[in-house]
Write a protein that binds this ligand. Structure first.
Ligand code: URA
Length: 428
């Protein structure tokens, strides 16, 4: 493979051969290709696209650029990937719930960037919790506890790390085939046989429209099929925040409510839907209804909570000490009475970011305790002066400057709004 011929081929809209794609990724990984040639190809691929077959081969090559885990366990392995959204804490109760239903869940998650918080940042608000384990320890915890949640290791899909760093600075991130190969190479290297994708769309998500979310879901599913994994995808609404909390420790606290059988309806609903879809796709249950009943029972009986407690303990964390709490708590008073018709996820995400709950650059540090809590949700009735939610902040002045913006995030109407539709499609 001559690098400039490979770049030229994609620049002119042609299709690469399997051998050339594999050689290209080998050269990306071993460092023989300079950044400028990789960047030129990324732009050509961004502009002219990759076919489904090219995407699958690229994914496979990127997956094999590093260590690929495998599990020899009596339980089926399953995992989910969410494209992320404001208040998306689903993975935290989902992994232990799936483990309690009989799956082994090897979950490798990311940190938050921009509006959407990362599962790792949230988990790290638990005192002592270690999300940087070797793959050996990770595999042991998955085998003994049933689930483990860690961050990306240096050994899994190293080609993606190099490509993603270049995409980030060459405006080539938002490309369906490149996103697919990036997400899937890491997820497939983790070794789970069944994968569920939660592809979110809306103001608080990476994909702004349902059509874009469906396109990404289709490419993820095609790639999974080509590479012999069982995959499902949900298309879910992210125009409004998920649950009543946004912020790291606050979202862990809400996840614990879910694991105690309570918590906001939308988080519980999505956790139950995702767990039952994964349980059926893994072959543990014949029908969705059967799986759903078992999942409800596991949440309501505290069985799933036991798995979470065991996982936290195995990863060095303690729940008995409680979670960090912000020193300042300021109510967001409603200016008028009415029904909450809409909560703007993007605005709420921005406020959380300004409070310090998220980061704009990967090197930024975050404040674990800050964010928003007790947020009113679509359909809730509120009287003027009552709190629409609370700002949890490190200092009062910062919270006060964000009050008006927080009020603007809520649209109130005189009549009750229609019910919120959270799941728009389930694709296979
Ligand atoms: N998340 C990833 O892991 N990769 C992308 O390309 C986009 C989102």
């Amino acid at each position: 493979m001559i690098p400039q011929w490979f770049i030229e081929e994609k620049r002119d809209g042609h299709i690469h051969s399997e051998k050339d794609i594999r050689d290209w990724i080998r050269a990306v990984t071993d460092g023989t290709l300079p950044d400028y040639q990789i960047s030129a190809w990324l732009m050509a691929a961004f502009l002219n696209g990759l076919t489904s077959e090219e995407t699958a081969i690229l994914t496979d090559a990127m997956m094999h650029s590093g260590e690929c885990l495998s599990f020899d366990l009596p339980r089926p392995t399953a995992d989910k990937h969410s494209t992320g959204g404001v208040g998306d804490k689903i993975s935290i109760p989902l992994a232990p719930l799936c483990a309690s239903l009989g799956m082994a869940v090897p979950m490798i998650s990311g940190r938050g960037l921009g509006l959407t918080g990362g599962t790792l940042d949230k988990l790290e608000s638990i005192p002592g919790m270690n999300v940087h384990l070797s793959t050996k320890v990770f595999q042991q915890i998955v085998a003994t506890v049933g689930c483990c949640m860690i961050g990306q290791t240096n050994t899994l899909a190293p080609a993606d790390r190099r490509l993603y760093a270049l995409r980030d600075v060459t405006a080539t991130v938002p490309s369906i085939p490149l996103i697919t190969a990036s997400i899937m190479s890491k997820k497939l290297a983790e070794g789970a046989q069944t994968l569920l994708f939660d592809v979110k769309f809306g103001s608080g998500a990476f994909m702004k429209t349902e059509a874009e979310a469906r396109e990404l879901a289709k490419r993820l599913l095609d790639t999974g099929k080509y590479l012999g994994r069982t995959c499902r995808a949900l298309i879910t609404d992210m125009n409004q925040p998920l649950g009543k909390t946004v912020g790291n420790a606050l979202e862990v606290s809400e996840s614990l409510d879910i694991l105690h059988g309570s918590g906001p309806w939308d988080v519980r609903f999505l956790v139950l839907e995702e767990a039952s879809a994964m349980a059926v796709a893994s072959g543990l249950f014949h029908s969705k209804q059967e799986a759903r009943t078992a999942a409800e029972k596991a949440l309501d009986s505290g069985n799933a909570l036991t798995y979470f407690e065991r996982m936290v303990q195995a990863q060095g964390g303690t729940l008995s000490q409680g979670l960090p709490e912000a020193p300042i708590r300021l109510p967001i008073p409603a200016r008028t009475s009415g029904f909450v018709a809409h909560v703007d996820a993007q605005l709420i995400g921005r406020i959380a970011l300004k409070l310090g709950a998220g980061r704009l650059a990967v090197t930024d540090s975050i404040l674990p305790a800050v964010g928003l809590e007790e947020l009113k949700q679509q359909g809730d009735r509120i009287e003027a002066g009552e709190p629409l939610g609370w700002l949890c902040a490190q200092d009062r002045a910062r919270a006060e400057t964000l009050l008006a913006e927080a009020q603007q995030a809520f649209t109130l109407t005189h009549t009750p709004p229609p019910n919120r539709v959270l799941i728009h499609a389930m694709l296979e």
